[in-house]
Design a protein around this ligand. Structure first.
Ligand SMILES: C[S@@+](CC[C@H](N)C(=O)[O-])C[C@H]1O[C@@H](n2cnc3c(N)ncnc32)[C@H](O)[C@@H]1O
Length: 238
């Protein structure tokens, strides 16, 4: 079966950093994720859906940690790999092709598993959250940054549609103001995918929290992104 998300990011990869990458809110979300992670020197960090490396590079700004980045789009990874080479960070970052739905990493091996605006692409989320719990060390942290938008329910439910449009309205204004017309076009197309659950399956942070509890996480906190409260960061401790 054709993977809609892979096709989407293959097409977006060359424009990613000059569209979403230009939106200040996106950088603030990634910074909140890093600042909430309690990352310290020597930590081993896994970045799921690392894309062009925006989150991974912020982790390295904060601490002398080592990063493993995985992504299922070779086009997004190729941009990240060029940055790693240019910045001579080969000894700090490994990035490879990998899928969040089939994480095959050693148990108890990471201090932090982080993921920003990626895991909503996974339809059946619980198996991935369970795997994340398994690969974290004791006291390790799962850090998730995403939009707090519940897109579950029947596509024909108009209440659901209005709920999603409410979030998208704020996002689209921001995209146009901060990223210009190209960013707006991307986010507008993206919005349609959220409404139709076409490779985008966002849930609310209350739903993420329940999944983390079920997977065995002990302590879970959720913080809204100041000034952009429709985005949140969750930290769950193993
Ligand atoms: C919106 S981008 C986010 C990139 C980066 N985390 C950031 O915040 O800028 C989503 C990334 O997730 C990747 N992705 C989507 N579904 C995935 C999956 N099932 N497994 C691994 N990566 C996935 C895409 O290829 C893309 O690079």
């Amino acid at each position: 079966m054709k993977n809609i998300t892979k096709e989407w990011f293959k097409d977006w990869s060359n424009e990613y950093d000059r569209t979403l990458g230009k939106v200040k809110r996106h950088h603030k979300l990634l910074e909140l994720a890093v600042n909430s992670s309690s990352v310290k020197n020597g930590d081993k960090v896994l970045d799921i859906g690392c894309g062009t490396g925006l989150l991974s590079l912020k982790f390295l700004k904060k601490a002398d940690c080592s990063i493993t980045g995985i992504d299922n789009s070779k086009d997004m990874l190729s941009i990240f790999k060029d940055k790693i080479k240019k910045l001579s960070l080969e000894d700090k970052i490994i990035c490879e092709l990998g899928d969040a739905i089939s994480l095959n990493l050693k148990k108890n091996s990471f201090d932090i598993v982080a993921s920003t605006v990626t895991l909503h692409h996974v339809k059946d989320k619980y198996p991935t959250i369970k795997k994340i719990h398994d690969i974290l060390k004791h006291e390790g942290r799962f850090v998730l940054g995403d939009i707090n938008m519940d897109t579950t329910g029947k596509l024909t439910d108009t209440k659901r549609l209005l709920r999603i449009l409410d979030y998208l309205k704020k996002e689209l204004v921001l995209a146009l103001n901060e990223g210009g017309i190209d960013t707006f076009k991307r986010m507008y197309d993206n919005g349609k995918k959220h409404i139709l659950n076409d490779g985008e399956y966002c849930i609310s942070f209350e739903q993420w929290k329940q999944l983390c509890k079920k997977a065995g996480f002990r302590k879970i906190t959720v913080k809204p992104l100041p000034d952009f409260k429709w985005f949140k960061v969750l930290v769950a401790v193993k």
